[in-house]
Design a protein around this ligand. Structure first.
Ligand code: FHN
Length: 462
């Protein structure tokens, strides 16, 4: 084969190999290869250690007590909905009350709907007039909220909707007879140009939130519509990662989320953590996840809404932590800016429980026993924190390898010691018969090794 041909052949080989590498980098979501698609593991670890956060859904729609964005063109005519901001004047808004409520609840971070699907921005944005500065209130609320969070040592995060049913340059509208979740369809050149214009708007606003409000997280949502593609998700993640190397970005930046349960773990898609919604995610210590949940049923404020009981809230927290997930618990403030007393009361109740049991919450990981309706557990160093969600009576049997020595067992609340016997691979706990806390009592088991060494799967309790 002539020298020239060999050279050309080798060159082709090099180009082909390079293109393979490029494709690999492009589509390896979690970005083994492409640094712009890499999760900042240190930020993620700090996030996982915080365990519990406040979600806030709020906007002019609270004037009507209907659901944010989804009631537009449904319960509230579009014209009326899009003009609610002209009456929105939350004079009783006090960031210290919101942050104080989060702190009282034991929450370590806060995520607010800076812009939901209805397109309204809760800050004075340079890139739109459809924002708080255009309301009778006349100014944004994010600056004050971010400052109060800073003061209180609470991390400030921002929810940001990918879909925007208000803006003309966003091609999907809701409600619409053809509206569909997750149906993909190719973008024609005209629509692509529209989306390019819209994405520039998004990037400008996101830069504002990162540069001027120091948000620690972009909690994307509304990624399910056909106008948003995998390529756009990857590009957006890379853009934000280049803007801020520490920022956390949930998996709704891309198309990898698998419905409300979000069990898929597809590395081709970008995102730092999964986001089960209105349900507790499955036990998973490999891939970070965070369940988001309403305190009632609606995300935005609904007058006289029935709220989850304190017990249900604490059990939801316990089982989420036991599954090694974070819990982002939602409140919907009222149109005057206050969080209603019922929601404040519930948050306080959760906070009182956490203040007694915080050692079993912050900086812990889930397992080794998988959560059930009766128990959940977390661990940290050589301590296992067993959450009893129901009174097991005087005797409780737990499967645990015989080799693992129990050095001490006691109630976290009050410290009363508990006697533990062994029967082969079974632990026999002798309990006093009354739990120090009827809602949920934590038993601490100090063992002879780091609890993270115990394989979670084997120990399933019924
Ligand atoms: O449509 C939104 C909904 O309004 C709310 O923001 C939740 C919170 O995670 N997410 C979407 C529904 O999946």
């Amino acid at each position: 084969m002539a020298k020239g041909c060999i050279m050309r052949y080798v060159l082709c080989l090099i180009i082909f190999a390079f293109s393979l590498f490029e494709v690999q980098a492009q589509y390896s979501g979690g970005g083994e290869a492409n640094p712009d698609l890499q999760t900042n593991e240190e930020s993620l670890e700090k996030f996982r250690d915080m365990r519990f956060g406040m979600f806030i859904h709020w906007g002019p729609v609270s004037l009507k007590g209907e659901e944010i964005s989804w009631s537009r063109g449904k319960q509230i005519p579009i014209e009326e909905y899009d003009n609610l901001y002209k009456e929105f004047n939350p004079e009783l808004f006090n960031a210290a009350q919101w942050v104080g409520a989060a702190k009282a609840a034991g929450m370590k971070y806060l995520v607010i709907t800076s812009r939901h699907h209805d397109g309204f921005s809760l800050w004075d944005s340079k890139f739109t007039e459809y924002d708080m500065a255009s309301t009778p209130y006349g100014k944004g609320i994010l600056k004050e909220l971010a400052a109060e969070c800073e003061k209180a040592g609470i991390k400030f995060g921002t929810y940001y909707s990918i879909c925007d049913w208000y803006r003309p340059d966003y091609p999907v509208v809701y409600p619409d007879p053809d509206y569909s979740f997750r149906k993909e369809r190719p973008l024609d050149p005209e629509t692509q140009k529209q989306m390019d214009h819209y994405i520039t708007f998004m990037k400008n606003q996101l830069e504002e939130l990162i540069e001027e409000y120091n948000t620690f997280m972009i909690w994307f949502d509304g990624e399910w519509e056909w106008a948003w593609t995998h390529e756009m998700g990857m590009d957006m993640y890379a853009y934000l990662r280049r803007l801020d190397n520490e920022i956390l970005i949930n998996n709704r930046v891309d198309k990898g989320r698998a419905g409300m349960e979000d069990k898929a773990r597809d590395p081709r898609y970008a995102g730092d953590f999964a986001t089960p919604e209105q349900n507790i995610g499955d036990f998973d210590r490999e891939y970070a996840w965070e369940t988001c949940m309403t305190i009632g049923n609606q995300w935005a404020w609904k007058p006289n809404e029935k709220l989850k009981s304190g017990k249900e809230c604490i059990h939801t927290l316990a089982r989420t932590l036991g599954g090694d997930g974070n819990l982002l618990f939602n409140v919907g403030p009222m149109p005057d800016g206050r969080i209603e007393p019922g929601q404040l009361e519930r948050l306080k109740e959760i906070g009182e429980w956490i203040s007694v049991n915080q050692e079993a919450v912050y900086g812990t990981r889930g397992g080794p026993w998988l959560p059930t309706g009766k128990i959940a557990c977390t661990h940290k160093k050589n301590k296992i924190y067993l959450y009893l969600l129901e009174d097991p009576g005087k005797n409780l049997t737990l499967p645990l390898e015989e080799a693992i020595q129990i050095q001490k067992a006691y109630f976290l609340q009050g410290g009363e010691s508990i006697s533990v016997n062994r029967e082969g691979d079974n632990l026999k706990l002798k309990l006093p018969g009354t739990m120090p806390d009827k809602v949920a009592t934590v038993v601490v088991l100090e063992i002879d090794r780091p609890a993270s060494e115990i394989e979670p799967t084997k120990h399933k309790l019924n």
